[in-house]
Structure formats: structure tokens, C-alpha cells
Design a protein around this ligand. Sequence first.
Ligand code: 3PG
Length: 210
Amino acid sequence: MSNLTALQVMQDAPVIPVLVISDVAHAVPLAQALVKGGVRMLEVTLRTPQALACIEAIARSVPQAVVGAGTVRTSDDARAAARAGARFAVSPGYTSGVGQACRDAGLALLPGVATSSEIMAAQEDGFNELKFFPAMQAGGAAMLKAWSGPFADVRFCPTGGVTVSNAPELLALSNVVCVGGSWLAPLDALASGDWGRITQLARDTTTLRG
Ligand code: 3PG
């Protein structure tokens, strides 16, 4: 399987769903429901003890999906995610160690940044496609507009506080390719196995770029 680029991960759909899965049995039906709604790039956060097993299950059983790992904070996280079958990684912040570990493991990385200095550090290591996190808390659309001058070569995926209502304003910005958000997989829908609702939430995002 050839390696993905971060830009390919970002361009596939307007929204990258941020998934927090506590029950491995939910992983495959959740991924299938999202794919059915037109969303293939899936970020499974390494926030639950089951996360790596969930990545493994999706990689094995849902070939139409492209599974990535979120909340990658260390080099070990990156290596474990790659071993489980993740094809991309998303990190809440950036360190050169995580950047190098992702390169070594063949994982496309969307490094998280919230300040100009962090953008400069990521760019120094060759990363120009970045996650803006936590986006709405750290300045939202106004911050992205301010960055478009000095960082005209950087493209962002704002994540954190993004909703179906504020996503269009973000997606309309020239330096935003996609957004990330957890609203496509509400915990109550997972708990009750309401996969139809999740497919509908996914479908509702596919036209958000306008
Ligand atoms: C996260 O890491 O939790 C993501 O940024 C999702 O944030 P959200 O729940 O505000 O969409």
C-alpha cells in the first residue's frame, strides 16, 4: 500500500471525524456507518485502552475506510498506531520526535499547532499541512485569517469546538482544506448502536464545502 500524504487525508472530505471508541465491538459498524455516509478518513483517538484494537479492526474489516490515529503524543504512540494498521496520524501538538517517528513508520502526519512559533517549528521539519487545535478556543476563523499572511504556504484542518454550524465559515477560508470534529459520532448513538443516525450525520457533512 503506497503511503498517503497529509494533503490527501485532508482533501478527501470536508470533515475528518474524531472518534473516541470505548468498545471494540463498535469500531467496525461505526466505520461502516461513516463510509456509508461518504466519510472515509477516520481518526480514532488513542484515548481509550481499546483504541489500538479498534484501529486494527477497522483496518482489517473495512477496506473502504482509511483509518488514522488521533491524540498521537509520543514516538511510541506513532509506532503502535502504524503497527495496528493506521495510515495517518493526528497529534494535538508537535514535537520533532513525533514528526520523525511518523516519517519512519510511513504515517502521514497532521501536526497540531496553536501559535505562530509552533507553525514555524513544524514547517522547519517540513510539515506544511497542520491541524489548528483547539481551533475555536484559540481564535477560530479570525486566527486563521491572521495566519494567511505570514504563513501563506500552510494549509489547516481546524479542530476543537467545530460544529456543523460553524464549519462552513472555516471551510470558506483559503487556508482551510477540511475541519475535524467529534460530532459525527455522538457517544449516545454509539451506545445505542444507532448507526443510521451516524450515517446521516456523515452525509450532512459531505456538502459543507459549499
Ligand atoms: C479532540 O481532540 O477532542 C478534537 O479536537 C475534537 O474536538 P471536538 O469534540 O470539539 O470536536
